[in-house]
Design a protein around this ligand. Structure first.
Ligand SMILES: *[C@@H]1O[C@H](CO)[C@@H](O)[C@H](O)[C@H]1NC(C)=O
Ligand SMILES: *[C@@H]1O[C@H](CO)[C@@H](O)[C@H](O)[C@H]1NC(C)=O
Length: 466
């Protein structure tokens, strides 16, 4: 009898420790309510700076007709049809078998410039998500283009907090209204989600409205408490520190002092932070945090955007990501990257959203850890790295035109993944440039000649001694 009870207990414990769950990550929707398919109206309502011109020509060339797609266009932000298609695909692919949804900001196109229209757009996306996933929690974070996230747009926090109150408990609403950040504990499994307003770390140091130091002090207190309570933590934000690997000079970036403080906290609490999830770049990429002994201790993953367009002149296919994780430990086991090929898909049915790849299979990983991702990144330095070819194909979500990546481009990706500090990023690009040029060129003829000559002299010299 006791023996059977024991067996049941052991079984219960082992199943409990390996319960598998899923969550979606959707980001940078950039919904543009003014999108129209007729190209005559191009100038009126779709991003069009001179920088975009080259891209537009490429896009025009691809489209046989004189209009933009009903699901969107590589030079424009998301029409409502694309937003609906994505949310419907999320529901159809995995139904209610998900624990929650991360929604990491920049939900309205900058082409919508009326402040109240921007709030209405966010409200409509909120309603779509809450009606589609009526029994799940959505964890929203603010993007730098969302109302209230930055200087001069002060209408935001409390208004958005009001729309999001269905997902945020009272104490979360309180910190949200104060600074756009909050934390929620998944009590059943000791997983804590910390949603940051990382846009504040890119704002001006003397801007008291966003008070980055207060947010960082709050983050530190929460992490300390989590460590004491033996919780594991996900950090979710719109923007992560470091550079945009496709455009390293892009602004805004974290200010150095906030970036160092943030990374210092990541290093100190690396053993409880089991995931960092960001958007903003519109690309599919990742980052590694190293400790002072150059050991990889933490990772960040950037999901590609829903919008196909990023000014100036960078595009991607729309993406959606489904994470698979251990519910009890929070550890990420895998993810499935879904995408829709805007060039060939027209009706936006869930079948048009295809699996692009699964992380573990794509890179041949047995587990997802800072070390295993570090090893993937190390191959980026090698000539003919299959891993890098795969990475670069995924980077723009299989948008062929962006796939070519020369040596300089490869260095930028390699260094962006490894160095989150700007000065270290720049020196990495320089060092990698030397290393790559040495390894890429065959030994020079005169070096070979000198070597042969030296050996010959040595041999002659040896002969003479006998
Ligand atoms: C938001 O939804 C309302 C109600 O469905 C609709 O009338 C309005 O046009 C929508 N606005 C935007 C910007 O999507
Ligand atoms: C990739 O992940 C999806 C979703 O979890 C799963 O249905 C599919 O079987 C996986 N594919 C492979 C090849 O592992």
């Amino acid at each position: 009898m006791l023996f059977f009870a024991f067996i049941i207990c052991v079984t219960a414990i082992t199943t409990a420790s390996s319960r598998i769950g899923y969550f979606w990550h959707i980001t940078d929707i950039q919904y543009d309510a003014n999108y129209v398919t007729a190209t005559d109206d191009y100038a009126k309502n779709c991003k069009q700076s001179s920088d975009d011109l080259e891209l537009m020509i490429a896009v025009e060339r691809r489209r046989p007709t004189n209009s933009r797609g009903t699901l969107g266009d590589y030079a424009c932000d998301s029409p409502w049809s694309l937003v609906k298609s994505a949310v419907r695909a999320m529901k159809e692919k995995h139904g209610d078998n998900i624990e929650f949804i991360l929604w990491s900001g920049d939900s309205v196109s900058l082409d919508v410039n009326d402040a109240s229209a921007r709030v209405v757009a966010i409200q409509n996306v909120t309603n779509l998500l809450s009606h589609t996933f009526s029994s799940q929690f959505v964890f929203p974070v603010l993007g730098h283009d969302d109302p209230g996230a930055l200087l001069g747009q002060r209408i935001g926090y409390t208004e958005l907090g009001y729309y999001w109150r269905q997902w945020l408990p009272t104490d979360a609403i309180q910190t949200f209204n104060k600074g756009g950040y909050y934390t929620i504990e998944q009590k059943s499994n000791k997983l804590r989600i910390i949603a940051l307003n990382s846009n504040a770390f890119t704002s001006y140091e003397n801007d008291e409205d966003v008070n980055p130091n207060e947010q960082l002090a709050w983050l530190e207190r929460i992490l300390l408490k989590s460590a004491k309570n033996k919780e594991t933590v996900y950090l979710v934000s719109h923007k992560c520190p470091g550079v945009n690997e496709r455009d390293p000079d892009e602004a805004p970036k974290f200010h150095d002092k906030y970036s160092s403080k943030y990374l210092q906290l990541i290093r100190r609490y690396a053993n409880i932070i089991v995931g960092q999830f960001c958007g903003d770049l519109h690309s599919d990429t990742f980052r590694i945090v190293y400790d002072h002994n150059k050991r990889p201790v933490s990772w960040m993953m950037m999901s590609p955007s829903l919008t196909p367009s990023k000014s100036p002149g960078i595009s991607n296919n729309p993406g959606l990501r489904l994470y698979k994780f251990n519910i009890n430990s929070g550890h990420i086991l895998d993810y499935t990257q879904y995408y829709i090929d805007l060039e060939t898909s027209t009706n936006g049915s869930p079948d048009d959203w295809r699996v692009e790849y699964n992380l573990t299979q794509y890179y041949g990983l047995h587990e997802i850890t800072p070390r295993s991702l570090h090893e993937v990144a190390e191959t980026f330095q090698l000539d003919n790295s299959i891993q890098f070819d795969r990475y670069i194909e995924a980077n723009s979500v299989r948008l062929h035109q962006s796939r070519e990546c020369n040596l300089e481009c490869r260095r930028m990706h390699y260094c962006a993944v490894r160095e989150l500090d700007y000065s270290r990023f720049h020196s990495c690009v320089e060092t990698a440039a030397e290393a790559l040029s040495v390894s890429a060129s065959p030994p020079h003829c005169h070096t070979l000649f000198a070597a042969v000559l030296l050996v010959a002299i040595a041999l002659v010299h040896q002969r003479q001694q006998y």
